[in-house]
Ligand binder design. Structure first.
Ligand SMILES: Nc1ncnc2c1ncn2[C@@H]1O[C@H](COP(=O)(O)OP(=O)(O)OP(=O)(O)O)[C@@H](O)[C@H]1O
Ligand SMILES: C[C@@](O)(CCOP(=O)(O)OP(=O)(O)O)CC(=O)O
Length: 326
């Protein structure tokens, strides 16, 4: 029996990933950039069963204390199949995982989940992958997971095939995100389904792809220059562009709730007063406001009418840990 435990954190994209060029490999239509958080960790323990005899037996997956079935178990099994292929093993595994963030509420639990699973499973199956290979592996579980492998700030190079599509670190100024949990409930349309629908039906999809590639270039330049204002402006406008292209799908998808829009307004009002505050939101109603360490407390106080607030900073990429998930 071989076992390993890993921890990974969600990441929030400042330049968003929305759309796949290739579904099976999860190659994105454009690159993206994110901050790995120092909160809401996932801890995952993978134990590879000793005997290879019961290859018809199933893997098991316990998420937050409840045995997973259906799609969640299926996604984990398909992911483990990639690891088994790399390791040349057919042994089944038992996976136990705990998310400190609400699952499927737009706080990217799939990102921390598959980054932690990639590291724990690869180790448990006897592989010792470098960061790039680990990022490529995590990407097979959920695209955004490839960025949670990386410390602090990451750029996911879109690439053109499995080998060239991975995340790597990028230097950026010290920043904070104020997370406003507007609604912790499960979202109606998953990111995966929302992306498919946008690609299939939005008349603006081609413009989204070409403009995102340019936006990423601008973001990388802003990070290199340490230009906070440019980073903030790009972050907010790119998030709104993503929500616009999503809203233009048929049938339309709208992830932002009235309270989310109100949080964007509060960020704009803070800027009017000279405070650095730029809003973003993933595929759900929760809003993250980008700010500086100095201003974070004030920004959090201004956002409390819209929901529960929490200040987070840049955190570590996926790493091994001793304490098993239970
Ligand atoms: N700890 C975990 N280990 C493995 N898989 C997980 C874990 N947590 C969540 N998942 C998978 O991720 C799915 C949720 O992913 P989904 O992309 O819909 O939402 P999300 O990650 O919360 O939000 P986002 O759209 O920002 O990525 C779950 O149904 C489950 O399959
Ligand atoms: C809005 C996003 O959070 C979308 C994340 O999508 P996922 O990575 O969850 O999608 P799949 O690759 O289908 O698993 C933007 C982002 O994180 O860049």
């Amino acid at each position: 029996m071989s076992t390993a435990t890993a921890r990974a954190h969600p990441n929030i994209a400042l330049v968003k990933y929305w759309g796949k060029a290739e579904e099976d490999l999860i190659l994105p239509v454009a690159g993206s950039m994110s901050m790995t958080l120092d909160a809401f960790a996932t801890t995952t323990t993978v134990t590879v069963r000793e005997s290879e005899e019961a290859t018809d037996a199933e893997d098991s997956f316990v998420l937050n204390g409840t045995p997973a079935t259906g799609t969640a178990l299926d996604r984990t099994t398909r992911f483990l199949d990639h690891v088994r292929e790399l390791a040349g093993s057919s042994a089944r595994a038992d996976v136990v995982s705990v998310n400190e963030a609400p699952t499927a509420a737009g706080l990217a639990s799939s990102a921390s989940g598959f980054a932690a699973l990639a590291l724990a499973a690869s180790r448990a199956y006897g592989l010792d992958l470098d960061q790039r290979s680990l990022s490529r592996l995590a990407r097979r579980g959920s695209g955004s997971a490839c960025r949670s492998v990386v410390d602090r700030y990451a750029v996911w190079n879109a690439g053109t095939d499995d080998a060239t599509s991975y995340a790597e670190p990028i230097d950026a100024p010290e920043m904070r995100l104020v997370i406003v949990t507007v609604d912790g409930a499960q979202k109606q349309v998953s990111s995966r389904e929302g992306m498919r629908r946008t690609a299939a039906t939005s008349p603006f999809y081609d413009a989204w792809i070409t403009s995102t590639a340019r936006t990423l270039e601008d973001m990388v330049a802003a990070c290199k220059a340490g230009d906070l204002t440019a980073i903030g402006e790009i972050t907010e406008s790119h998030a709104l562009r993503m929500h616009a292209v999503i809203a233009s799908a048929l049938p339309p998808v709208r992830y932002l709730a009235p309270a989310s829009v109100a949080a964007f307004d509060t960020a704009a009002a803070l800027r009017e007063q000279g405070t650095f505050a730029y809003a973003t939101a993933d595929a759900g109603p929760n809003v993250c406001v980008l700010t500086t360490p100095d201003a974070a407390e004030d920004v959090a106080a201004a956002l409390t009418p819209h929901g529960q607030v929490r200040i987070v900073g840049p955190g570590p990429g996926a790493h091994l840990t001793e304490e098993a998930a239970r």
